[in-house]
Structures are given as C-alpha cells and as structure tokens.
Design a protein. Structure first.
Length: 255
C-alpha cells in the first residue's frame, strides 16, 4: 500500500460520516473517484473554506481539498476567520488537505491554524488522522514521496520525529526535504519537523550538534525559530534551502 492509498482509504471512510469539500472533489486530486458526502464548490478557495466553516458549525466535520499552495494562500483570510472561532461555542473544526509539488513554497498560515506536513509514506494517513481528531483548524500537506512511496512500519509518535541519529550536523527537514536528508552520507542527524512551528519544541533538537541546516518548502518560521529560541546553542550560522534545490545543494550546505 502506498501513502496515497492509505490517505484515500481514510478520505473514503470520512466521506460516509463527514463531508469532503472542494473545487474538484470527486473528480481530481486525492479525492478523485471517491463517492459519498461530497460538495463541489465554485472556483474560489476562500469561498470553499468559508462554506466548510459553515458546515463545521453545523457539526459536519468537513475536509477541504485544495489543489495547490497558491490556493492555500488565497484562503488565508477564511482560515483566519475559522481559526478565530476555536475554541468556544462557535468553533469550526475543519481540515484542509493538499498535495505539495516538489517546488512548492508554503505560505505563512494564520495564528491558530495547525500545520501538518507528511514527508514519508507512513506519516501520510496518520497525520491526517491527527488533524481529524483536532478540534480546531488544521492544514495537512503531503510531499510527493509521502504519497508515492510504500508504507513500511508504524508512524513515529506525535510531534517532531528523529529519523536518523548523528553528531556532526542537524538537518531540520520537512516534506520533500526528508527524503533528501535521509540520503545524505556522513555523521548527520535528520529531524523531521512534520509541520512543527513552536520554537520551544524546535530548539532542543539544535542542541545535539550546534550546527543546523533547514531543508523544506521555504517557510522561514523554522529558521527564525532556530535563530531565536536556540541562538545560544548554535556553533555556526544556520543554513536554509528549499527542497526543490535538490540533493547536491543540500550536500554542499551540510559540508
């Protein structure tokens, strides 16, 4: 079973008890070919999230599929409005999902929106489950390898996951950057952030080596968290690059 198969199985089950919402739901994307409680929306990402928030207020537990990160940026205001209702009597719990292109740049999300990023196949359906269990607004992004690779073993426990131990340099990887980091040789520690943006939870991972390379989808908050909360633990200036720059660029940054 691939990561895509596992995610689609979860979505198919959710379509029977909750609702799948999107511009091309049932026709394209991860929801292609699924049936059940589907709602096709006009070509407006903000409008789609707004409709989903209304469904959430009615207890429908919607999952919104957006087709790219540009749509996610366009939906920022609607996500902010939905997140502002939680927690409380007018909470609007909803989940937004999207498949990341290798060169995708994640936009900054509004405060209160929980980000999850799957970089390996075993995390794909598991992170979706975590988001569905969340009472707030969640965004779940799937890197290509997390969907196309085969699921092997169980997902790591919740939170940041150490994928490989090492003492020379710490690579804070996310999304497509996880596979690149795992392919590196040498004494490299690989930490999969999985969407974590809390500086207090990122900082302890820096202490292991004092050297940090960030590789992911261009979200500067990871680098800022490292420079802020963990500055005193650094032995050299951290380096950040986009996973789309490839294995050679990452290898040079690590060296």
């Amino acid at each position: 079973m691939t990561g895509r198969d596992s995610v689609r199985a979860r979505l198919a089950a959710h379509a029977g008890t909750g609702m799948l919402v999107g511009e091309a739901v049932g026709v394209a994307g991860l929801c292609a070919g699924l049936s059940g409680n589907l709602l096709r929306t006009p070509l407006s990402e903000a409008g789609t999230v707004g409709v989903a928030a209304g469904l959430a207020l009615a207890g429908k537990r919607p999952v919104v599929e957006l087709l790219d990160v540009v749509g996610l940026a366009r939906a920022a205001d609607a996500l902010d409005d939905a997140a502002g209702r939680s927690p409380g009597p007018y909470a609007a719990p909803l989940v937004v999902i999207l498949a990341l292109a290798p060169d995708a740049v994640l936009p900054a999300l509004p405060p209160g929106v929980r980000l999850w990023v799957a970089g390996v196949p075993g995390d794909a359906a598991w992170l979706l489950d975590q988001a569905l269990a969340n009472d707030g607004v969640s965004v779940v992004c799937f890197a290509p390898e997390s969907l196309d690779g085969r699921v092997v073993g169980e997902a790591a426990p919740a939170g940041v996951a150490r994928r490989r131990e090492g003492g020379g340099v710490t690579v804070l990887a996310e999304g497509a950057g996880v596979v690149l980091a795992m392919a590196l040789g040498g004494d490299v520690e690989v930490v999969d952030l999985r969407g974590e943006r809390d500086p207090a939870r990122i900082a302890p991972w820096v202490a292991t080596t004092g050297r940090v390379v960030v590789v992911g989808h261009g979200d500067e908050r990871v680098l800022l968290a490292t420079l802020g909360e963990a500055f005193w633990r650094l032995e050299s200036r951290p380096v950040a690059l986009h996973a789309g720059e490839g294995a050679e660029a990452l290898s040079r940054a690590v060296d």
